[in-house]
Structures are given as structure tokens and as C-alpha cells.
Design a protein around this ligand. Structure first.
Ligand SMILES: [Zn+2]
Ligand SMILES: [Zn+2]
Length: 265
């Protein structure tokens, strides 16, 4: 079973059309492909789908669902941000992600650029990355409330630019507390290789100490490419699977049009 369930297109910040992504996936023998366009964040409209773009995206993906039926399961999903809007269509599933730390009416992006994150840490957290991390992780409590969210996106995205000391026990305690709060809620944690395919990181999200804890809690994972181009589809999944096995997992979730199944890593 080959598939990727975290996929972006030119309707948001991806490079290719849904059709081009589906053609590339099909050519590589995928049995399933799930599209997850970024839902609208009105305070940061640059990378996401306006409600109009989202409607066009849904129409194009739905046409592909029918066209590929019997060959490759295509799913119409969305990546919702904790602080964004819902999509104006009924998705087959949703990835729930936190791309910001909200401070009052201000949003510090942990995903945009290193200087912006550094500036946000200075402006709102007295220059203390640990304070930002604590605020970031506290936000996870509300993430499962987003409609249709089944997959937790890039749990420790805030480490993207290397500004956080992931060895600091206080950092780890904050991250683990947030993770433990997500357990027992029928959620899948993704091992996300998106920052590898785009050259930001050499390893997937999340860090091994988090994956090990998720496994101890009896929870399940899914592999995600967070693909923004055909090359990003299922990128470095061999490494992600090796990491998962190393952290104790033996299988992973896989989405189909009939629901999700567990399959060997
Ligand atoms: Zn994301
Ligand atoms: Zn994404």
C-alpha cells in the first residue's frame, strides 16, 4: 500500500495542480492519495486557500475521485489550522495543524521564516524560545475540537528553524504534556517528512522522544509527505518508517475511500 495523505496543490502553496499530483502518484504506483489544501487563515492569507479557491479545489479533486475510481483511491481532505476557518465543503478527512502561536490578537508563525519567528520570540516572549514553546504546546488542548480532524499535523513544527533547544528537559516536559493530552481521542500522529523534501531538516517531525511516548500510550501513526510538489510525494518514507520502527511501531494507518486501515510499516 503506497499513499500520501498530506498533499498540497497550486490552490494553496503547492506547485502543481491536483491532476498533476494525481498523475505523478499514479505513475509511482500509489494505491491512494489524499489532498489537504490549507484552509483559510484570514490574518495570513498568503499560503492558504480563499473560500473561492477552496470551492474550485474541491470541485477538481472530486472530479479526480471519480476519474481514478478503481485505480487509485483519491480523498478530498483539508489541512485546518487551529486559528483558521473551516473549508466551505465537506472533506473526507482533515489534518489539524498549529502553524502559529496566538498572543492576544497577534499570531507568531512558527512555519514562515526564521527571522519572523525570531522577531516574534523577541516581541512577545522576552527573547525566550522556551516561553514560546510552552505557549505553542498549550494550544494543542483545543486542536481535537476542529471539525473532522483525525490526523495531527507536524506536532513539533516549532522546531523547524532550529531556534528551540529540544534537549532542554523543560521543553520536553511541555511537549510531552501536550502530546499526552491528545491520547485516547482516536487521533493519528503523523510522521511528516515535508521539511526534509524542502531542505529545512534532515529528519522528520516529530522528534523520537515524542514518537516513543505516543507508542507507549498505545496510539497510532500515519506517514505524511506534506508534499508541495510531485517530488515531495511520499518523500523519505523509508526513513520515516525506519524511525517509526525504531520508536516501537509495527504498523501505520492508511486511508482508503472506505475508511482507514492499519498496514505494516
Ligand atoms: Zn502544515
Ligand atoms: Zn501541510
Amino acid at each position: 500500500m503506497i499513499g500520501d495523505f498530506h498533499v498540497h496543490t497550486c490552490y494553496c502553496d503547492g506547485e502543481a495542480t491536483p491532476r498533476q499530483m494525481a498523475e505523478a502518484a499514479s505513475a509511482r504506483g500509489f494505491t491512494a492519495l489524499g489532498f489537504t489544501g490549507h484552509a483559510f487563515t484570514p490574518f495570513d492569507p498568503g499560503y492558504c486557500m480563499s473560500p473561492e479557491a477552496a470551492a474550485a479545489y474541491a470541485a477538481e479533486v472530486r472530479a479526480l475521485v471519480a476519474e481514478y475510481a478503481g485505480r487509485m483511491d483519491i480523498l478530498l481532505g483539508a489541512e485546518l489550522d487551529l486559528f483558521g476557518e473551516n473549508v466551505p465543503f465537506r472533506p473526507d478527512y482533515a489534518v489539524g495543524s498549529i502553524h502559529y502561536v496566538r498572543v492576544g490578537e497577534d499570531y507568531v508563525s512558527v512555519d514562515d521564516t526564521r527571522p519572523l519567528l525570531q522577531e516574534g520570540i523577541g516581541r512577545h516572549f522576552g527573547g525566550d524560545p522556551l516561553a514560546l514553546a510552552r505557549a505553542y504546546f498549550r494550544q494543542y488542548e483545543k486542536l481535537p475540537d476542529l471539525p473532522g480532524v483525525r490526523i495531527i499535523g507536524h506536532f513539533d513544527l516549532l522546531t523547524k528553524f532550529g531556534l528551540i533547544d529540544e534537549e532542554d528537559p523543560r521543553y520536553r516536559a511541555a511537549a510531552l504534556e501536550a502530546l499526552e493530552g491528545l491520547a485516547g481521542r482516536d487521533l493519528l500522529l503523523e510522521i511528516n517528512t515535508g521539511a526534509m523534501s524542502r531542505g529545512y531538516r534532515a529528519v522528520p517531525y516529530p522528534a523520537p522522544f515524542l514518537l516513543r511516548r505516543w507508542h507507549e500510550l498505545g496510539e497510532e501513526i500515519i506517514l505524511s509527505g506534506d508534499a508541495h510538489s510531485p517530488q515531495g510525494l511520499a518523500c523519505a518514507f523509508d526513513e520515516a518508517a525506519a524511525l517509526a520502527r525504531d520508536c516501537g511501531f509495527q504498523d501505520r494507518a492508511f486511508l482508503t475511500r472506505e475508511g482507514y486501515v492499519m498496514t505494516d510499516l
